[in-house]
Design a protein around this ligand. Structure first.
Ligand SMILES: N[C@@H](CCC(=O)N[C@@H](CS)C(=O)NCC(=O)O)C(=O)O
Length: 204
């Protein structure tokens, strides 16, 4: 393999990998394994959870878990990572991990609810997951200035933009959160983000 390869899903958790690859100026190919392919032993050898994103490197090594991939690609996009030892780095690491470890799974519970309980419990599972993210968005609104780490746009902002796209009610998300709404609009207009979104297949 001569270039990076991403296993992804249109508009899903592979977006952050594509954003960072483009920000780093690294070329890549991408494929979109369906449920059957993600259940194969071959795919499970790449990611034991059977989920995307997976990043295969030119040397054949591979990474799974979006937070691990963001950390890995950070070295190729130093402009998106706060200086080591700074106060901004502490905020960056904490918020990025909260986005990936708490808010991303709360979206998963809303969009893949069948994995979390019987059908009669779906409304409650979804409402509880929405409420987790709603209160964390209020916290994020209080933090933004204009970005998560202040003046520097970081990979955490790109990650935040990605997960905000999965919000079921975007009008409600933006209401009372003008700084978040502005950040979403700013990032959406960023050339590498626009290019990534324009490249997503519309089916699957
Ligand atoms: N913790 C994982 C979560 C990955 C994840 O939930 N991926 C979703 C797409 S956004 C997926 O593959 N869903 C398929 C499924 O759950 O069956 C990460 O951060 O990479």
């Amino acid at each position: 393999m001569t270039s990076y390869h991403i296993y992804g899903r249109p508009f899903a958790g592979s977006l952050i990998v594509e954003f960072m690859m483009r920000e780093a100026g690294l070329s890549y190919t991408i494929s979109f394994p369906d449920d059957a392919e993600r259940a194969t032993a071959e795919f499970r050898a790449k990611n034991p959870t059977g989920k995307i994103p997976v990043l295969v490197c030119p040397d054949g090594g591979q990474l799974y878990e979006s937070l691990a991939i963001v950390q890995y690609l950070g070295r190729h996009c130093p402009h998106l990572v706060p200086e080591a030892g700074s106060e901004a780095e502490k905020i960056y690491l904490s918020v990025l991990t909260m986005l990936g470890a708490t808010m991303y799974p709360a979206y998963h519970r809303q969009h893949h609810t069948y994995q979390y309980g019987p059908e009669h419990a779906y409304p409650e599972i979804q409402a509880m997951a929405r409420s987790v993210n709603d209160s964390l968005y209020d916290y994020i609104e209080s933090l933004l200035n204009p970005y998560i780490c202040g003046a520097q746009l970081t990979a955490a902002d790109l990650y935040l933009y990605m997960i905000s796209r999965w919000n079921v009610d975007k009008t409600q998300l933006r209401a009372r959160r003008p700084k978040l709404a502005h950040l979403i609009d700013t990032i959406r207009a960023h050339p590498t983000i626009e290019a990534t979104l324009a490249s997503q297949p519309r089916h699957k």
